[in-house]
Every structure is written in structure tokens, then in C-alpha cells.
Design a protein around this ligand. Structure first.
Ligand code: PMP
Length: 353
């Protein structure tokens, strides 16, 4: 029996996608998807479809945006963003490990103004009431903090270009994506296997910095070559395309958001109701709908609880080493039934304790 996979990423993808991906490894128009040229007509079609689907899901078709699928992971975007956009100073919101890493890279290119940080409480909340200066080159933040389990629910309004790392909640909830000038997301959460990163960028924010940019790190070079400047990660892009098709066929972000809300409500309600557990993020409006972090109130139950969820076929529930406790990552492909299995185990622990 397949496990209920609560892993933070790489993570669960729809079974239907796994099946189609596996079939394409064996036979994709009479060749394996792993052996075709990225310049072949068949793959060019895949790339175009993936780019179009990404823009369609974000409601950004024909609005001046381009979609790229590059290698290097979301971490590469920490420096590419700054390389391409940071002329003198940029504003960053620090909500956790990934923000901190993005800030570190940006400092290599110019001044960084940290507009707010939740570091004082181990990043267990989203700072509010900060001001983004109007003379910065851009404002950067993460919508979802995979490690700490916080999520920015409302899209900020600022007067400068807005750049966002949506690696761990892309395609999971409706947003006004047109407020964003550059969105990036590593594939390995809601989109596909590790190995490619989606970048959706509004073309008119590019070409404004005075420095020379190496070709591989230059968004304009990748745009001019339709994301084929060098050999793209063919298989991760194909699987990402399949996942975006699955999402579209089922009703898009609107459809999945409802299910995600249902799953998150089920588990958060149990965390709050069951006295053996406490949520890591106290402020309900800051709680992530993708990565639900929680602790046992009494560590004496740890061995029993660990044994119980493992026996129930749950995988990947341990929290990140910097937070401890537990993290239930409930990405798009995780079913309501899997969320219910976790809740059942939590209730069972209560009965036993
Ligand atoms: N940003 C966020 C929000 C993440 O969760 C991660 C990885 N989990 C990264 C960036 C880094 O991604 P990658 O490993 O693809 O470089």
C-alpha cells in the first residue's frame, strides 16, 4: 500500500502524473522522454505547453509576462533576482531560513533593507505594519515559509516591483498574481520533481541594471531563447506540465484551494482541540495551509506517537531540524483521506494517553 506522504519536498504528486511520467520514460512518441532532443518538435511542444499553462493558472496570459523553466533550484533565483534587478538597494521581508538566504545573496549586489523580521520569535509569525521604501529597486518576500509553517495570505501593495518566492505554495490558492512582477518557484512542491524552477517575469522590469550579466544568469537571454538557451531539464519540465494539466483538468487553482482549505481545517482543528498537541504558529491568520507545524505538549508521548503515525502509513511528518516537532506538509496532491488518517492517529493517541 502506498504511504500517505506528508514530506516537505520533494513531495507527493498526483498518481495520474506518476503514471503518465512513467509511461513517457518507456515510450514518448516511440522514443523515451529521456532520450529525445530538447530541440525536437515534441519537446518544444512540451515546453510551450508548460509555459502557457503556468501563465494560464496564474491568470497572467497576455499581460506582459514570460514563463521560464530553468535549472539551479529556487536558490539560484536568490542571486539571479539580485543580479538582474538590484541596481542600488532592495527591500526584503525576513520570514525565515529561505528569506535569510535570499538576503545574503542580494547583499553581494547592493544594499538590502530588511523591512521587518520575525527572527525574534524563531519565525513563528508574519510581520505586519512595515513600510517598503519607495526608492528601492524591488521588494522581495516569500509567500509561504516551508520550514516554519507560516504563510502570507494577503498580497502586499507596494509602489515598487514586487518579487516573490512562491516555491512552497504556488498553484495552491488564488492570489492577484498581476500584483507581482517576478514570481519564482522550485518545481518540487506543487509542480513536479526537483530539477527545474518556474520563473514568471514581467518583461518591462528587465534590462534596467547597469552591470553586465553572464548569459546563463540573464533573464533576457533566457527569454530571447524561449527558455532553451542551454539544455533545459527536459524530464522535470515534462512532469511539471503533466501536473499543471492535471490541475487544469480538475478545475484549476479555485478547485484545489477549496480542498486545501478543507484539509488544513481538518488538521488545524485537531491540533487546537487535542490537548496533547500545540501549533507552532499561534496566530491563526499566519498559519500555512501547506506546511502545518505543531508540537507535542508533553515529549513523553513522542515514541508512542512516532510509532503510531508510522504504522498508519504516514511518511515525512518530522519537523525541520531547526524547528523540531512535527510538520504535516499537505501539498495539492495530498488527499483529504491522508489528512484524515493523520487526524485519526492524533485522536487515537489521545485515547491511549
Ligand atoms: N524557497 C523556499 C520557500 C523553499 O521551501 C525552498 C526549498 N525547500 C527553497 C527556496 C530552495 O529551493 P531549492 O532547493 O530548489 O534551491
Amino acid at each position: 500500500m502506498l504511504k500517505h506522504n506528508f514530506s516537505a519536498g520533494p513531495c507527493i504528486l498526483p498518481q495520474e502524473v506518476f503514471k503518465k511520467a512513467a509511461a513517457a520514460v518507456l515510450n514518448f512518441n516511440d522514443l523515451s522522454i529521456l532520450e529525445i532532443s530538447h530541440r525536437s518538435k515534441d519537446f518544444v511542444e512540451v515546453m510551450e505547453k508548460a509555459q502557457n499553462l503556468a501563465l494560464e493558472h496564474l491568470d497572467l496570459t497576455d499581460k506582459g509576462y514570460k514563463a521560464l523553466f530553468l535549472g539551479g533550484g529556487a536558490s539560484m533565483q536568490f542571486l539571479m533576482v539580485a543580479y538582474n534587478l538590484l541596481e542600488s538597494k532592495a527591500a526584503y521581508l525576513n520570514t525565515g531560513t529561505w528569506s535569510t538566504k535570499a538576503i545574503k545573496e542580494a547583499k553581494l549586489f547592493g544594499d538590502v533593507i530588511e523591512v521587518a523580521s520575525s527572527k525574534d520569535q524563531n519565525f513563528n509569525y508574519i510581520p505586519k505594519g512595515y513600510t517598503v521604501p519607495s526608492d528601492v529597486d524591488y521588494f522581495h518576500f516569500q509567500t509561504n515559509n516551508t520550514i516554519f509553517g507560516t504563510q502570507l495570505k494577503d498580497d502586499p501593495t507596494v509602489s515598487v516591483p514586487m518579487v516573490c518566492d512562491m516555491s512552497s505554495d504556488i498553484f495552491s490558492r488564488k492570489r492577484d498574481f498581476s500584483k507581482y512582477d517576478l514570481i519564482y518557484a522550485g518545481a518540487q512542491k506543487n509542480m513536479g520533481p526537483a530539477g527545474t524552477t518556474l520563473i514568471v517575469v514581467k518583461e518591462d522590469i528587465l534590462g534596467k541594471v547597469s552591470r553586465s550579466i553572464p548569459s546563463m544568469l540573464d533573464y533576457q537571454v533566457h527569454i530571447s531563447k524561449d527558455s532553451m538557451f542551454n539544455t533545459p531539464p527536459v524530464f522535470p519540465i515534462y512532469v511539471s506540465m503533466l501536473t499543471m494539466e492535471w490541475l487544469k483538468d480538475n478545475g484549476g487553482i479555485e478547485w484545489i484551494e477549496k480542498i486545501n482549505n478543507e484539509k488544513a481545517a481538518l488538521v488545524y482543528d485537531e491540533i487546537d482541540r487535542n490537548e496533547l498537541f500545540e501549533g507552532f504558529v499561534a496566530n491563526k491568520e499566519d498559519r500555512s495551509m501547506m506546511n502545518l507545524t505543531f508540537n507535542l505538549v508533553n515529549e513523553d508521548h513522542k515514541d508512542t506517537f512516532n510509532k503510531m503515525w508510522q504504522e498508519a502509513g504516514i511518511n515525512g511528518l518530522n519537523g525541520h531540524r531547526s524547528v523540531g516537532g512535527y510538520r504535516a506538509s499537505m501539498y495539492n496532491a495530498l488527499t483529504l483521506e491522508s489528512a484524515q488518517t493523520l487526524v485519526d492517529v492524533m485522536k487515537e493517541l489521545e485515547r491511549k494517553a
